[in-house]
Design a binder for this molecule. Structure first.
Ligand code: NAD
Length: 330
């Protein structure tokens, strides 16, 4: 199947070539899909998108104009795609529902350990030959209470690691995951989770119900000094309220792999520019905020998993079948 891969980066091209190129005709572009780049899809049956691409209604209408029939997402999340519009236009969209939940869960843990044990500060002090420990106090995760919002594949992997640390794990999810219950995770109300957890990690998708799920009210209910981790989607947190809560010393530390206004910022080189985003600048300035640029998925295992499922989605469409990972109306 003739497929245009948008938003190609050096790190994902190799796995896509190795796993897919023997059976599908791939063309790679570093450009992101958007209103001005939809034209590139002319002559392709399918396009493949990453989370930084824009597949809103108008852009989908453009793709339809160029006779694109399929969209293979190289992500779990699909909040960047107007699925209703895609269904109306008869464009089939499929995602990669699971590649390596461990990659994201392990990154969340890496961020947590880094802020708790002040590893970034320690690295800087070491370089200055300042071997004092006064600034580097952390706490044991063993015996603490962890709150997980969203206990799907990634939330479950995170819960399992936290159990290994000897922490007790509370969760909120409208759908109870029996594997989490087997692990000893206790489901509670959001309010109980917010008010009792020492560490809160977000693993729910972004949709209309979860946009700004963590805002002023929820932040005010958290324990003073709580560590908040977000590897889900930036807009699950109301960033301006988070900034106020950090300023007020309510939140002990924040680990953010995703950011509300990350589109156009993350995944690109901005070293020669001034970034005109006061909210982002404020976050960067906090010593107790660790930001990574949506890199939680970035392991070799995860990239191979993404390429394998993307190949399966294209295989299904090539043979006239509906992909089991279809998100649009069947
Ligand atoms: P999943 O579908 O397996 O699990 C999501 C869980 O969230 C489900 O159990 C669902 O019931 C729950 N949920 C839905 N609405 C909720 C709400 N209002 N409150 C609490 N829970 C709610 O998905 P997953 O594979 O675990 O991925 C979770 C999210 O992680 C994705 O949607 C994506 O946005 C994000 N993600 C980020 C990266 C990254 O690199 N940072 C990579 C992959 C996925």
């Amino acid at each position: 199947m003739k497929t245009l891969i948008y938003s190609t980066h050096s790190y994902d091209k190799a796995s896509l070539v190795n796993i897919i190129a023997d059976r599908h005709q791939l063309t790679f572009t570093e450009k992101k899909l958007g209103p001005y780049t939809a034209l590139l899809s002319k002559g392709y049956d399918a396009v493949s998108l990453f989370t930084s691409d824009d597949a809103s209604a108008d852009v989908l209408a453009e793709l339809k104009k160029y006779d694109v029939k399929y969209i293979a997402l190289r992500s779990v999340g699909y909040d960047h795609v107007d699925l209703k519009k895609a269904s109306e236009l008869g464009i089939q969209v499929a995602n990669v529902p699971e590649y390596s939940p461990y990659s994201i869960a392990e990154h969340a843990v890496a961020m947590l350990l880094s802020v708790n044990r002040k590893l970034v500060q320690s690295r800087h002090l070491m370089a200055l030959q300042d071997f004092r420990l006064d600034m580097l106090m952390g706490f044991d995760i063993h015996g603490k209470t962890i709150g997980i919002i969203g206990t799907g594949k990634i939330g479950l992997a995170f819960a399992s690691i936290m159990k290994g640390f000897g922490a007790s794990v509370l969760a909120y999810d409208p759908v109870v995951n029996p594997q989490a219950v087997d692990l000893g995770v206790k489901y509670v109300s959001v309010d109980e989770l917010l008010s009792t957890a020492d560490i809160i990690s977000l693993h729910c998708p972004l949709n209309e119900k979860t946009r700004h799920l963590i805002s002023k009210d929820q932040l005010s209910k958290m324990k003073k000094g709580c560590i908040l981790i977000n590897t889900s989607r930036g807009a699950v947190i109301d960033t301006s309220e988070l900034i106020k809560a950090i300023d007020a010393n309510k939140i002990g530390a924040a680990c953010l792999d995703v950011y509300e206004n990350e589109r156009g910022l993350f995944f690109e080189d901005h070293t020669r520019e001034t970034i005109h985003d006061p909210m982002f600048a404020r976050l960067l300035a906090f010593p107790n905020v660790l930001i990574t640029g949506h890199q939680a998925f970035l392991t070799k295992d995860a990239l191979n998993g993404i390429a394998t499922t993307t190949a399966q989605n294209l295989d299904c469409w090539q043979s006239g079948k509906i992909s089991p990972n279809t998100l649009t109306r069947k």
